[in-house]
Design a protein. Structure first.
Length: 263
């Protein structure tokens, strides 16, 4: 047992697959909304599978927990960054969501490690939270549905960037010459790239709009998932507040102990 390779546990292998799928979705994100959405969605759905694998094979590890959380934060952040670039008028809202998501989970994880010890999970903070947060962290079905619909909301907004005139990316730079200085580079004839889309393609999404997606389904998905997205943000705020209070409680206790030892 001592020579077990934690990095090759099944849940962690699934985590690596999630990362690969997420990176692939980012490559397609500027130009191909269907491919990007499919890969991104599969990456998110595998989040539930790695937890099932951890319980089935009894391979729950601290590394796996951190890998899972970091992957969640990074994938969502990348999508929100793209949305912020696509609609600068709403960038401050997307930036706020990124800060709230990262800060609430980071402080919660730190509080768990600092206050709860090695045997604790960051989800145990729910024991001192409201009933909404308790249900969210204690019921795996609720946890999955809320996280899935939260991601669906942002994926739907991403799809609307390619279909709705109400959400139009403002990423088109002024036209210029290609890198060789001879051929004009346009969104429909972007400069070639070895691995990733050209700057024009990444900034302009006009090329992808040649596929002409209908906006009906994305709008329905956005409106249907928006209440759950708002619920998820409330939970993020609460866990940020609860974790901060938990840390402050520990600080007060430590200060009292130090004062008692001085007497």
């Amino acid at each position: 047992m001592t020579d077990e390779n934690i990095f090759l546990f099944w849940p962690n292998l699934i985590g690596y697959a999630r990362i690969i799928l997420a990176i692939a979705s980012l490559n397609f994100m500027p130009l191909h909304p269907r491919r990007c959405s499919f890969l991104y969605t599969v990456s998110c759905l595998l989040d539930a599978l790695d937890g099932m694998a951890a319980r089935h094979f009894e391979q729950s590890t601290r590394f796996g927990t951190v890998l899972d959380m970091v992957t969640d934060r990074c994938t969502t952040t990348c999508l929100l960054v793209f949305l912020a670039a696509g609609k600068p008028a709403y960038a401050i809202y997307f930036q706020g969501l990124i800060c709230l998501d990262v800060a609430s989970h980071w402080i919660l994880m730190f509080a768990t490690l600092a206050m709860g010890g090695q045997g604790q999970s960051h989800k145990n903070v729910a024991s001192r939270a409201s009933w909404i947060m308790k249900v969210y962290y204690s019921n795996k079905t609720v946890l999955f549905i809320v996280c899935a619909l939260n991601e669906l909301f942002f994926i739907s907004l991403y799809l609307l960037c390619f279909s709705s005139p109400l959400i139009t990316p403002a990423l088109l730079p002024s036209a210029g010459l290609a890198s060789d200085g001879t051929t004009p580079a346009t969104p429909h004839q972007p400069e070639p790239s070895l691995f990733f889309p050209s700057p024009f393609s990444a900034a302009a999404m006009e090329m992808a709009r040649a596929n002409k997606m209908d906006s009906t389904v994305p709008w329905i998905l956005t409106l249907a998932s928006s209440p759950v997205m708002l619920l998820k943000q409330y939970i993020n705020v609460e866990q940020l507040v609860r974790a901060s209070m938990w840390l402050a409680e520990g600080d007060r206790r430590d200060r009292m102990l130090r004062q008692m030892t001085r007497r």
